[in-house]
Design a protein around this ligand. Sequence first.
Ligand code: F6R
Length: 357
Amino acid sequence: EKGTYAHFMLKEIDEQPFVMRKIIQEYQDEQDNIKIDADVRAAMLAADRIYIIAAGTSYNAGLVGKQIIENLADTPVEVHIASEFSYNMPLLSKKPLFIFISQSGETADSRAVLVKIKSLGHPSLTITNVPGSTLSREADYTLHLYAGPEIAVASTKAYTAQIAVLTLLAVDTANAKGLTLDFDPLQELAIVASVMESLTDQKEQYADIAKAYFTGTRNAFFIGRGMDYFVVQEASLKLKEISYIQAEGFAGGELKHGTIALIEDGTPVIAISTQENVNYSIRGNVQEVAARGANTCVVSIKGLEQDSDTLVLPHVHPLLTPLVSVVPMQLLAYYAALHRDCDVDKPRNLAKSVTVE
Ligand code: F6R
């Protein structure tokens, strides 16, 4: 039920703080430790390399998950687009673990990979919002996202839930490996939940920004480096699928290798800067495009901000910035679609789950 909301998408964006809290609650035991099934933990410990398989937004969450798992759990991770996996099958390590990330658990491209790797005898874990789904039934193990039903075609709360669950999985693995972490995930996710709330509480500003940048434009670019590069890919997917604006997410450093030729007077370029090690360089990229007439918008984070920034996010742990920087991106896409009279919850040509290869 939409309740007082005009669209499921907006409702689902607003639900994200509650989903974070639900995940904290469901993955926590009485001693405030992370609660993950012993067999999932054993599979993570046994793996010498993890292969994440997913499509669309779930793939974008996987890109963030790779950084988090490698940083915290010290296990190498590759992320693959499900539909490409069989054509460009990587050389597998000796003890691979396949993690399927899928909101619906029904994506045919991912299922095809699961069938293939099962026939090769490799272990599999599905992270899904629908525990009884095909990918969940057919994989060896399942982790539940607890995001509640996601009705809007454009995925929002599943993306943040996927990153949160991958974080808990990474920390659990790190603990099981005996690694010392300077990171309390349950506490950091609680901070994320409050920050998400502070962002969704100020909707008018996103409506205004969307109007200023996306009314009447044919295309838009999102740029970021490092962790932010993964979020700009999700930001551009959100914008294009519901507003039909041609949008692309680029690595800041790649701009000068071609894409910058597309910048004209008024082209919207949205930059995300949440990481100290990229702050200087990405701002250089913003200046390059501004000098060529782009209508630039910078979303930064407390501690790295400059006066001219359009939005400054409250501070969260550097590994978890995607969980908060994606929220303004979801809202910008939502309001852009609204301004352009698009069917927000049911964009043309798209289905909620893609059950054909
Ligand atoms: C984008 C979107 C799609 C899905 C993709 C995978 O907003 O919804 O890109 O993310 O089709 O779907 P699942 O996660 O159900 O496997």
